[in-house]
Design a protein around this ligand. Structure first.
Ligand code: PLP
Length: 286
């Protein structure tokens, strides 16, 4: 087994094998918890202030108390990167409403649980980023508040497994004929006349930090952006398609339901956006 990581759990840095959470934790019993994943490049955090802001939004939406102040959360992130000598990968943060007798009603005085750990992984040179992925479309069976980043992830796990069984890499979820998003990423297409299309923000999708950054960089590069829903048929006929997420950056989608998108290889717009995203993220990482 590889060397044990140092993880953080409720105030302590401990070896991963020693970390413990109560069986009564509401994250475990009710998926009553929220999370964030911040990517790490060169030992630095990418867009961390935006992840903190979204964490606060998720907590507020669930009337969940914060586990620590922003400065402390940042300090724990940095300590974990240092203790684990993390150069590239991600820091995972999870806050739950903590342990309480099992009851659907929230406890009156919750003591939130805070867990954080690192995962090392090649991001900039990930094979999928270079060669692209194949997606399968599946019905979106998730709940109605996908804008809250909760740990209730069974529906997207099932979608991912359906995709894998069909020989694909990931799933795009579809509701009322329109693509909502990927299992853990936002979905984009590039139209034949060069516009970038991604679904507008609402409760139907997670408000991706990478989506927002890519939108900013695309505008700076004079690309046209349309925030609107698109159908599977439009995506299949698009010039290019891609996904965005903290650890996926900009990853090309080269096939949808077994039909190739464009030429069936990563297109020029996607390839350029990925290069811009990696360069800007390295520059902005703190
Ligand atoms: N959509 C879903 C459902 C996600 O789980 C994620 C995050 O992993 C994203 C979109 C992308 O969000 P971000 O760019 O903040 O990682």
């Amino acid at each position: 087994m590889s060397m044990e990581r140092t993880v953080y759990v409720n105030g302590a840095f401990v070896a991963e094998g020693e970390a413990k959470i109560s069986v009564f934790d509401r994250g475990f019993l009710f998926a009553d918890g929220v999370y964030e994943v911040t990517s790490v490049l060169g030992g630095k955090l990418v867009d961390f202030p935006f992840h903190l802001r979204r964490l606060h939004r998720s907590l507020a939406a669930l009337d969940m108390p914060g586990p620590a102040g922003d400065a402390e959360l940042e300090a724990i992130h940095r300590a974990l990167i240092a203790k684990n000598a993390l150069d590239e990968g991600m820091v995972y943060l999870q806050v739950t409403r903590g342990a309480a007798d099992r009851d659907f009603a929230y406890p009156a005085a919750p003591e939130p649980s805070l867990v954080m750990f690192t995962q090392a992984r090649a991001l900039a040179d990930a094979p999928a980023g270079v060669h692209g992925i194949k997606v399968l479309t599946v019905p979106d069976i998730r709940w109605g508040r996908r804008d809250i980043k909760t740990v209730q992830l069974l529906a997207p796990s099932m979608a991912k497994m359906m995709a894998r069984r069909a020989g694909c890499d990931d799933a795009w979820m579809v509701e009322d004929g329109f693509v909502t998003e990927g299992t853990s990423n936002n979905a984009w297409i590039v139209t034949t006349d060069g516009a970038l299309v991604t679904r507008a923000l609402s409760a139907a999708i997670l408000h991706g930090i990478t989506r927002a950054a890519v939108m900013e960089y695309a505008r700076e590069a004079q690309m046209r952006i349309e925030e609107r829903a698109f159908t599977v048929a439009e995506a299949m006929g698009a010039a290019e398609a891609f996904i965005t997420a903290a650890t996926a950056f900009v990853t090309p989608v080269v096939a949808i339901d077994g039909r190739q998108v464009g030429d069936g290889v990563p297109g020029p717009v996607t390839t350029r956006l990925r290069a811009i995203y990696v360069a800007e993220s390295r520059r902005r990482a703190r």
